[in-house]
Ligand binder design. Sequence first.
Ligand SMILES: Nc1ncnc2c1ncn2[C@@H]1O[C@H](COP(=O)(O)OP(=O)(O)OP(=O)(O)O)[C@@H](O)[C@H]1O
Length: 306
Amino acid sequence: MTSIDVRNLTKEYGTRRAVDDLTFTVRPGRVTGFLGPNGAGKSTTMRLVLGLDRPASGAATVGGRPYTALTEPLRHVGALLDADAAHGSRTARDHLRVLAASNRLPASRVDEVLEETGIAPVARRRVRTYSLGMRQRLGIAAALLGDPEVVMLDEPSNGLDPEGIIWIRGLLRRLAAEGRTVLVSSHLMNETASFADHLVVLGRGRLLADLPMREFIDARVQPRVRVRTSDATGLKAALAGHGHQAEQHEDGSWTVRHARVEDIGRALSGAGVPILELAASEATLEQAYLDLTATETEFAAPHREV
Ligand SMILES: Nc1ncnc2c1ncn2[C@@H]1O[C@H](COP(=O)(O)OP(=O)(O)OP(=O)(O)O)[C@@H](O)[C@H]1O
């Protein structure tokens, strides 16, 4: 099985440190979401893994070897970094055929990945006539061409329509279930939550988190319970008796922080407080991510008083 290993990786552009002493491993059999604010160093790290840039120090390897040492690399690593990688005057089919030939892959793979990514019907059109979503699908087709053990995709959902977003989710899950190593960067937290098992989070070139997604969320977002009742006084008294405080919202519902739905349900029913609604507020990846990266964002809209 093939992992991506990043060890003490540092990359500088002039005086700017894009990647700063970064160490992590992307393991097979799961989808690893690669997160971080704009400019955090995700694309630079991927470029370093692919040998497209040279690090100032440290190393990135695939299956223990630098990418540049792989013969016929498409058979080992498939990557989508830039939806505009294909030459606009070529057809999608020709673009993939050239890639296949350069890695001694059978031409039959071209038709397979065209089918798989849904662009077979437009495969004979020039790439310059493609929409962003179609170019993105072509980039994914190129990444899958060599049936690689390692797949690295930089914002693959970019430009995809809703059907495409559901498709890519399924594709990523399948690639991981087949035992491949899958690293996917994204700014879409709901999307990432739908396909990732594990997260690597960067901020200003440094590693902020490397852990299973569930642990990441649970460690940063406290559980909350949402409740509605026709007896506000009874609710407050019953909760206070169990050491809880409730906040009321405009719609009349209440939120109880740091609480589990079982405990609140028992406390209220024990006190005879009528319960009209009782639900655990699901902690989201977005909440956890924003909590972690609040101080790590290089480019943020200025906060305006309203
Ligand atoms: N070719 C380059 N020349 C100079 N600076 C660069 C170059 N490529 C990246 N950088 C800088 O390196 C830092 C990391 O950029 P990178 O594109 O890796 O971040 P990212 O996490 O992929 O961001 P985004 O989410 O916006 O795509 C940024 O400060 C960026 O300006």
